[in-house]
Write a protein that binds this ligand. Structure first.
Ligand SMILES: Cc1cc2nc3c(=O)[nH]c(=O)nc-3n(C[C@H](O)[C@H](O)[C@H](O)COP(=O)(O)OP(=O)(O)OC[C@H]3O[C@@H](n4cnc5c(N)ncnc54)[C@H](O)[C@@H]3O)c2cc1C
Length: 343
């Protein structure tokens, strides 16, 4: 299908934080073959999926490729596993539901994460004790450097906690076209995560079915996170800091109630939301940029927030956390245009 180029396009509805911004060019991609039809240009390129992890702090001075590449194909591997090949523009949440309805398991804990399938490897999405890296088999991507389509194994993607080569060393190099997941025909619920285990316990679901597990995760998420359609946000705004054990231990002695999770590699993950909440930021706002009333890790746009208000809020929180705990918080969403030194 021919490519339509929108000029001076409004981006506010294409990012769930809904700050006002415009792009010089916006092009919707519905098939990988359309890449060959892209008009030559020296403009910087930004890929956008569902915009749930992208916050526009200013107009985008170049071209935005809106990834809407669809498609799903299941390949049976053996009696125990299938590979699921999915177009990068498919909705992640719908994918989880479709896999469950086909008896393919492993994604239940990741239900209701907004956004596209193609963005899932960018920050190795995770929730309730599962990360994409647990099920990812491979990624197919357009490599802007080599100007060819490449296949990347999970190891090639260098996934780690809310990070990957796509978000760090090879930022801007790849356009993910499709993702391949290895899912199981047998359901083995992963229910060790504290809040999930507690919620299942409350409902006497020691051995939940896939639907019960997904429904419980959805209930927890709806209770904890604001719906971007009602209160614009980008999910967790800060990454949980990960520290070597020798640096984490003195902090945990000083703040023994701080939630923390050993990473299994000698490092410890600390709860940024707890730190921010303890400093009294819940419900705090600068103009229309605020800290969510029910969860201090989430920043929200109460309606007419400006990039300046959001940056002031972020700086204020980062400074307070640094003063109290000696920790430099890192934003989790992609703040665009970047890179941007916040504090
Ligand atoms: C309410 C809420 C809850 C959330 N909960 C979670 C959670 O539990 N766990 C979690 O990990 N995240 C969570 N998120 C963050 C977000 O949903 C995920 O990061 C998601 O994967 C982003 O998908 P997207 O399509 O919206 O990405 P976008 O915001 O469109 O893009 C994010 C980044 O990926 C790049 N990108 C997108 N698509 C491609 C592609 N095809 N090829 C190359 N680069 C690409 C973009 O350039 C950008 O840098 C949450 C967000 C919200 C708003």
């Amino acid at each position: 299908m021919a490519l339509a180029i929108r000029h001076d396009a409004d981006l506010s509805a294409l990012s769930t934080f809904r700050l006002p911004a415009r792009a010089r060019e916006l092009i919707e991609l519905t098939a990988p073959e359309q890449l060959a039809d892209l008009p030559d240009s020296d403009l910087p390129v930004l890929i956008l999926g569902g915009g749930s992890n992208t916050v526009f702090l200013d107009d985008w001075p170049g071209r935005i490729l809106l990834n809407r590449i669809a498609g799903l194909h299941v390949e049976r591997l053996d009696a125990d596993h299938s590979l699921v090949h999915v177009g990068a523009g498919e909705s992640w949440h719908q994918l989880v539901l479709r896999c469950m309805s086909q008896g393919l398991h492993g994604l239940e804990n990741l239900v209701l994460i907004p956004g596209s399938v193609g963005a899932a490897p960018i920050q190795n999405i995770g929730a309730y004790g599962i990360e994409l890296s647990d099920v990812l088999e491979a990624v197919t991507a357009w490599d802007w450097q080599r100007r060819e389509t490449v296949a990347l194994s999970t190891a090639d993607c260098r996934l780690s906690y809310r990070d990957s080569r796509f978000k760090s060393s090879d930022h801007d190099r790849f356009l993910i076209l499709s993702v391949c997941l290895r899912l199981s025909h047998h359901f083995e619920p992963k229910i060790g995560y504290d809040s999930l285990a507690a919620e299942l316990g409350k409902r006497h679901l020691a051995s939940p079915s896939p639907r019960q597990l997904a429904a419980t995760v959805m209930r927890l998420r709806r209770h904890r996170l604001p719906d971007p359609a009602r209160l614009p946000n980008a999910g967790s705004f800060f990454k949980n800091p990960v520290l070597p054990r020798e640096l984490a231990e003195p902090l945990l002695e000083e703040f023994p109630r701080m939630p923390h999770w050993p990473m299994g590699d000698g490092r410890v993950k600390l709860a940024a939301g707890w730190m921010i909440e303890r400093l009294g930021f819940r419900g705090y706002r600068i103009g229309d940029a605020g800290v969510y009333q029910h969860h201090a890790l989430v920043l929200v746009n109460h309606g007419q927030a400006t990039p300046g208000q959001l940056l002031d809020l972020v700086e204020h929180i980062c400074k307070a956390v640094d003063d109290e705990y000696g920790i430099a918080l890192e934003p989790e969403p992609c703040l665009t245009p970047g890179p941007l030194l916040i504090y």
